[in-house]
Ligand binder design. Sequence first.
Ligand code: ADP
Length: 547
Amino acid sequence: MADSPSPAPKADILVIDDMPENLNLLAAMLMQQGYKVRSVTKGTTGLRGAQVAPPDLILLDINMPEMNGREVCQRLKADARTRDIPVIFISALGDVLDKVNAFAVGGVDYISKPFQVEEVLARIENHLTLRRLQRQLQAQNAQLQQEMLERQQAEEKFSKAFRLSPNPIAIATHSEGRLLDVNPSFLTMGGYPFDEVIGRTVDELGLFRSGEAMVPFSMQGWQSLVASAMPNQEAEFLTRSGSLKTILFSLEPIELVGMTCVLLMINDITERKRLENEFISLVSHELRTPLTSLMGSLDLLASGQLGHLTEQGQRVLQIATTNTDRLNRLVDDILDLERMRSGKIEIRRVPCQVSDLLQQAIDAMQSMADQAEISLILQAPDTSFDPTIEADPDRLLQMIINLLSNAIKFSSSGGRVWVRKQIVAPSQFVERGDGSAIASDGEIPGSVLSSVQSFSSDAPGLLIGVEDEGRGIPADMVQRIFERFQQVDALDSRRKGGTGLGLAICRNIVEQHGGRIWVESELGQGSRFWVWLPQRGETQMNTDGHR
Ligand code: ADP
């Protein structure tokens, strides 16, 4: 009832008065207004009732035999359970001294006999409202205190984790990467004294090496670092003494004293990488000899020169051969990558006819595509357009075949795979209103245009695209899959026969030609791998991305 005169009809009121006629009158008046009323004639009974079930308000007669109202009030105020209940005294008209005493023992108000209905109700309502507000305030206070405590605890925890973390952590401003705080592990890894880094920017200190081998586009500075933020990106960190550490880093935005900052969390994997490299090359070299002999023996068995095998024997031999082939491929890939990384494989640049290369790659993959029921489509908007590029044809072929093999492997039967090529010089792009662009021999998506522009000078380059309609790659993996042994699904190597090294090899080949490789993908929709190579290869990078 919106127009009810009492906004708190359910309040519980205890009336203590030794005169039954007073009690009845008050109780009837209050109940009519919707209050819940308990009435008692003795001070002791009233006290007990208030302790057992504290009411919202007490009306208390001052003058009562046995225990008078003042004493009842004193006891109510002395007990934590009843201390906060507002007490309104009932006094005889003109009993001034009683009223003064009543306030002294903790009463909040008084009403005089004979009762004026409106006055009694107004005073009761007034004090109920005050009590409600007081309760709300107490609850808010308690909540605030709890929040402050939790905040304090969270800050303490964060601060402890920050100081004691074995991983280097820094807090920097989001806008320019100015270091506000770094933890001891950060200083230990970088060899910097605290004062030398605080207040300076990541760029001024040159902390991050361009890491071209690690990320698709060169990190030109803090801005591109923040823009390309991905969890656990690999990069190189320059220490004070000039040595390079391989790190994984993540950037997490945080608000600090009203400023947008980032938490830069680093994992130093230099030693792990070194051991991994050593282990890999040792294992692969050690595997090479016994593997060759194993393959020879299996060949001999298969040839029947040592007697004929039963059908079951042939099946087992087939399984052994398939797995040995896979192992052999893995060792080949590892050694290949090792040789590239250590610069033992020189690339031989000769003018190559790009269309020829693409056609050779398609021919090489056609039977695999047929088996998987995938159509390979060479997209050539202008057949007369046949650019040449200075590159190592064997290596380029190896790379395109790798990309095609993946596109086929990760597509479902009936799918299509497109290969396309374009010669592009960023300034020759004609941008169109819809964000895409026209290059010399066809269209390219706007995203590719901005990628190429971000790393390329204006020298013309060859853009190769391999596009599929397959399962796609999750966003957090689009950079990582170019690292060794990174597969989206741990079962891929067994199910699809891969080694997790194909793309690492591709990236190496591309970087040795001074180019870039990256992928755009949408889960369930397909992937587009893009390779950009300078048309004339003056620059050559080694595998770490340094010239
Ligand atoms: P693999 O030998 O496993 O194919 P790669 O280095 O060539 O190794 O690829 C690494 C991983 O990247 C693959 O295992 C797969 O998870 C993912 N991947 C590569 N190409 C594609 C693609 N075209 N579609 C979906 N996922 C892909």
